[in-house]
Design a protein around this ligand. Structure first.
Ligand code: SF4
Length: 342
């Protein structure tokens, strides 16, 4: 069995921080770990120059040994197809690289999006921010203070969305301090956290974090990012239950990905498993047309057909909204399905 790359082991780290350091950055080693002969996939490894590989061990452990088509592996594995260029695809499909304060996006009147951390625990190959100039938008404490000042100076803002990268890459002390600061602003009624970290490393939801979320004076919503039912194992379900017990509203947004979750069975299983874990299906995103992700794209017509099947098979509350982000638009655009939801 090949060695797992172990990075930055520092004494006194909590368990999630140790797991964060146990990560595959070499696609060849990941394939060997999964008992897949890497010989015929050498050409695909060059795509790591386009976007680094990063796969934590707890996520790799949910992949099926020996299966190159595993739906979790395909989300994180390099592909020669990443070199394909196509009209309509760009480096910044959401046209969001214009920020009032570094790390702060103010796209909506009453909401701001704060990029608390610029890295992720996992690098998803379809990520719409794979070309984002994170180095220009990294947020230090001074940046956070500027963002808080900006939020205070705009009293219409009642919701702060923590995004990234992945905001839960910040340590608990950092997040607790931010919650305390936001607590002094009476306009804030909601804190929303967009994260994939607890899905790939469930131990990220610590008791300290749970306590801070439970005692916050505003509603806390955590929007998970789970694309396939196989991502939800017992540990993830237990993590979700602990968040629910701390009064956190749990939603999920998934991305519709070709040959990963673009069939009826995968979607039914995903949404049933989400609900069983206490997470409500929220959005199903059409792919953001980012360079390097052409091979993940599902045509809109196929997505609409899939949605029709889901409405026939699932109760309405288990069917996520099909949406697309359009560059420059302030909000997501719902896709017209041509039918009334039941
Ligand atoms: S977790 Fe989200 S932001 Fe991070 S790489 Fe994946 S899709 Fe991109």
């Amino acid at each position: 069995m090949p060695q797992i790359v172990v990075q930055n082991i520092i004494p006194h780290q909590s368990s999630w921080q140790k797991e964060l350091g146990q990560v595959f950055t070499d696609p060849e080693k990941l394939l060997q770990y999964l008992a897949i002969d890497p010989t015929e996939y050498q050409a695909s490894f060059k795509a790591r120059k386009l976007f680094p590989v990063r796969v934590p061990v707890p996520f790799a452990n949910r992949m099926v040994q020996g299966d190159i088509n595993d739906p979790l592996l395909k989300q994180v594995m390099t592909s020669s197809d990443e070199f394909i260029t196509q009209a309509g695809f760009s480096d910044d499909p959401l046209e969001e690289q214009d920020t009032p304060v570094p790390g702060l996006l103010h796209k909506y009147d009453n909401r701001v999006l704060l990029m608390l951390r610029t890295a992720c625990a996992v690098n998803c190959r379809y990520c719409f921010r794979r070309h984002f100039p994170y180095q220009d938008n990294s947020v230090n404490q001074q940046g956070i203070n500027e963002a808080l000042d900006y939020i205070s100076a705009h009293p219409k803002i009642n919701e702060v969305i923590l995004s990234g990268g992945d905001p839960l890459m910040a340590n608990d002390n950092h997040i607790i301090r931010l919650i305390e600061s936001l607590s002094t602003n009476p306009n804030i009624t909601r804190l929303r956290i967009h994260t994939r970290l607890p899905v790939v490393i469930p131990s990220r939801i610590t008791d300290e974090l749970l306590n801070a979320l439970k005692t916050a004076p505003f509603n806390v919503i955590m929007v998970m990012h789970i694309n396939h039912g196989n991502e939800i194992d017992t540990e993830v379900a237990t993590m979700a239950q602990s968040l629910k017990a701390a009064n956190v509203t749990l939603l999920n947004q998934a991305v519709l990905l070709k040959d990963i979750n673009d069939d009826e069975s995968s979607q039914i299983t995903l949404n049933e498993k989400l609900f069983a874990a206490g997470i409500m299906p929220y959005y199903l995103h059409l792919l953001d047309k980012v360079n390097g992700a052409v091979h993940f794209d599902v045509p809109e017509k196929s997505a609409i057909n899939l949605m029709h099947q889901l409405y026939r098979q699932l109760p309405g509350f288990l069917v996520p909204k099909l949406v697309r982000e359009i560059g420059g638009e302030a909000h997501k655009t719902p896709i017209d399905l041509g039918l009334m939801p039941n």
